[in-house]
Design a protein. Structure first.
Length: 256
């Protein structure tokens, strides 16, 4: 969104960048690490960390800082007020109850997919659940079925801009990190209008995803089912899972 430079609050942007610098790799940061992760000076990082602590968004032992439960206010407010999760959740619940499998709906945020709705069947073995599959989880777009579907539905110029200068991290031996091959992979997803990802994000975890579009043809999210190689065999994908996901996408389209 274009805006006048005078309207841009740089301090707010830096404060949010400090909050976003905490992740699963670095749950605790000091001023030096926060500065390195955000590209601001150590003195500025320290002031932001102290301010966020006073506001209740961080906790500290006097040296390192970590996120407090207050940050969940943002996620809770989004889930409670956003139309998209509330629209998708009943369908995911029905699919999970019907099949006893795990389903997620994901939106694209930069280089990651964010789970905004999820439901899993009660009979699904815990060992079959991929790591980090919970509401609000952020997963690398290039290594997941939903992320690839969302990237394939970007305009070509936007996808090229997304890929330019971006490092595709190798998460498993099956993660595609070569940009030429990754472009070709996204081209196939765009042609097929679905994506089957095998072992790309976590070994032993397979996922099939389709786009969720509104009546204007805009892709708002991606819907996937997650399982093992046996559950998502090529035959099962063609005969069961892909028709199931496509039918759910058709039913949701007038509601999005």
């Amino acid at each position: 969104m274009p805006m006048a430079k005078a309207d841009y609050i740089e301090g707010l942007a830096k404060g949010l960048a400090v909050l976003e610098s905490f992740d699963t790799e670095r749950q605790r940061l000091n001023a030096t690490l926060a500065a390195q992760r955000t590209g601001i000076t150590r003195a500025a990082a320290r002031r932001h960390l102290l301010t966020l602590t006073v506001l209740g968004y961080l906790e500290t032992d006097g040296s390192h800082y970590w996120l407090s439960a207050r940050v969940l206010r943002f996620a809770g407010s989004y889930m409670a007020t956003s139309r998209l999760p509330r629209t998708l959740q009943p369908t995911l619940n029905r699919l999970a109850q019907q099949t006893q499998a795990a389903f997620s709906a994901v939106v694209l945020d930069g280089g990651e997919g964010v789970i905004v709705a999820r439901s899993a069947g009660v009979a699904e073995p815990v060992r079959h659940l991929a790591y980090g599959l919970h509401l609000g989880a952020r997963l690398p777009a290039h290594a997941t079925s939903t992320g690839r579907v969302l990237l394939a539905n970007l305009p070509q110029a936007d996808f090229n801009a997304w890929l330019k200068g971006r490092e595709l991290t190798r998460i498993t031996p099956q993660t595609e990190v070569g940009k030429v091959k990754f472009k070709a992979l996204i081209g196939l997803v765009r042609r097929d209008d679905h994506c089957l990802a095998r072992d790309a994000h976590e070994l032993g975890i397979h996922a099939l995803a389709v786009p969720l579009r509104n009546m204007q043809g805009q892709t708002l999210a991606a819907l996937n089912v997650v399982g093992t190689a046996d559950q998502l065999s090529d035959t099962a994908v063609v005969r069961k899972w892909l028709p199931l996901l496509l039918e759910a996408a058709r039913e949701l389209r007038p509601l999005l």
